[in-house]
Design a protein around this ligand. Structure first.
Ligand SMILES: Cc1ncc(C[n+]2csc(CCOP(=O)(O)OP(=O)(O)O)c2C)c(N)n1
Ligand SMILES: [Mg+2]
Length: 347
């Protein structure tokens, strides 16, 4: 097996493939939609309207780039709480998401029963995550095992932060997936902080991807603020998974541009200049816009049209969520628990 450094070099060489122009534009528009929706949810939380916001600002390239590289009908998705941009790219609508943050009856994730950020939509094969960091990896490995046994041709993808990789679930999921050569992608969004804990206090190796060799799978490092590189790295990993070559650990190096959640004051643990530098020089959204402009795929009018569409979609979602009904208190146990049918039991 090649070392992870060699794998990273391979990734660079393979990054020259072409992405269709319409896919590039779709990636960009979805990134803009995610950024504006993330900002809106934080505003709504600050206004006392929704209880919690979980920003994805800075993570759009890896989330959207990976999602749009997956074979949609065959993908089972295990997101995490920061996956706002990813779930939009997998097909959830702004209304779906805003309904969840408002805890409304028609929230497709859990009918307004769960804390915001536990994304799911059954018809899109987006499976809700546990609040316990890391569990989604074991669930994804299990789903991939089922896909392999059933020969369904499906592939699972799951997302986690670098801090979450300190959990035992990370080890169990990767070990199991590699042993059984399962069709699963483990995407680590390494934003350098686990709430207030910096990377150097989280792990003693330079890269999460370095651990992949110990499990027996490729560990690929990608610039998580480069949407195109993220798309191509995911496409390679999907090809391996569907060819029966097993899982991939894909580490996207990125940075969280906003606080951990609306409950976090990040001024206490990172310098303002650090955030300002990432916003100024590496923000994935303007960076991809510049790439598209340089290719002649986007101009000022195109950018303005996307901004207007996104604004209208978010305004519409917010207005509709505001006006939609609250859950019925009588339904408090639905859909959190199923009603078990126990033979011989009368109640
Ligand atoms: C097992 C467990 N431990 C702690 C927490 C509390 N917690 C929630 S998110 C988080 C930080 C995770 O950081 P990281 O994995 O780097 O993801 P990021 O939020 O940076 O995207 C912690 C400690 C939890 N939910 N579950
Ligand atoms: Mg982190």
């Amino acid at each position: 097996m090649a070392t992870s450094a060699a794998r990273a070099a391979e990734r660079g060489a393979a990054g020259s493939g072409e992405i269709p122009a319409e896919t590039q534009l779709r990636i960009y528009e979805t990134m803009v939609l995610a950024r504006r929706l993330s900002e809106r949810l934080l505003q709504l939380q600050r206004a006392g309207i929704v209880p919690l916001a979980v920003p994805c600002d800075g993570h759009e390239a890896i989330q959207v780039g990976s999602a749009l590289a997956m074979p949609r009908e065959r993908t089972i998705v295990y997101p995490y709480y920061r996956s706002l941009a990813a779930v939009l790219a997998y097909g959830m609508t702004p209304l779906d998401l805003v309904l969840g943050f408002y805890a409304k009856r028609d929230d497709p994730s859990t009918g307004g029963h769960q804390m915001p950020g536990h994304y799911s939509r059954r018809d899109l094969n987006i499976v809700t995550t546990s609040s316990v960091v890391g569990t989604q990896l074991v669930h994804a490995a299990g789903a991939a095992y089922a896909a392999k046994v059933r020969k369904s041709g499906q592939v699972a993808i799951t997302y986690i932060g670098e801090g979450g990789t300190s959990e035992g679930d990370f080890h169990e999921a990767l070990n199991f997936a590699a042993i059984h050569k399962l069709p699963v992608l483990f995407v680590v969004e390494n934003n350098q902080y686990a709430i207030s804990v910096p990377l150097t206090k989280q792990m003693a190796v330079a890269n999460v991807a370095d651990r992949a060799a110990a499990y027996g799978m490729p560990g690929v490092i990608v610039d998580g603020n480069d949407a195109e590189a993220c798309y191509l790295a995911t496409r390679d990993a999907v090809a391996r998974a569907l060819a029966g070559d097993g899982p991939t650990l894909l580490e996207a190096k990125t940075y969280r541009l906003a606080p951990h959640t609306s409950d976090d004051d990040d001024r206490g643990y990172r310098p303002l200049e650090e955030i300002a530098m990432w916003r100024r020089e590496r923000d994935p959204v303007p960076r991809f816009a510049a790439t598209l402009e340089a290719r002649g795929l986007l101009d000022e009018a195109g950018t303005a049209a996307i901004a207007a569409r996104v604004r209208a979609a978010i305004d519409d979602a917010t207005a509709r969520a505001e006006a939609s009904p609250d859950p019925d208190p009588a339904d408090i146990h639905i859909p959190v628990f199923s009603t078990p049918e126990v033979p011989g039991r009368t109640q």
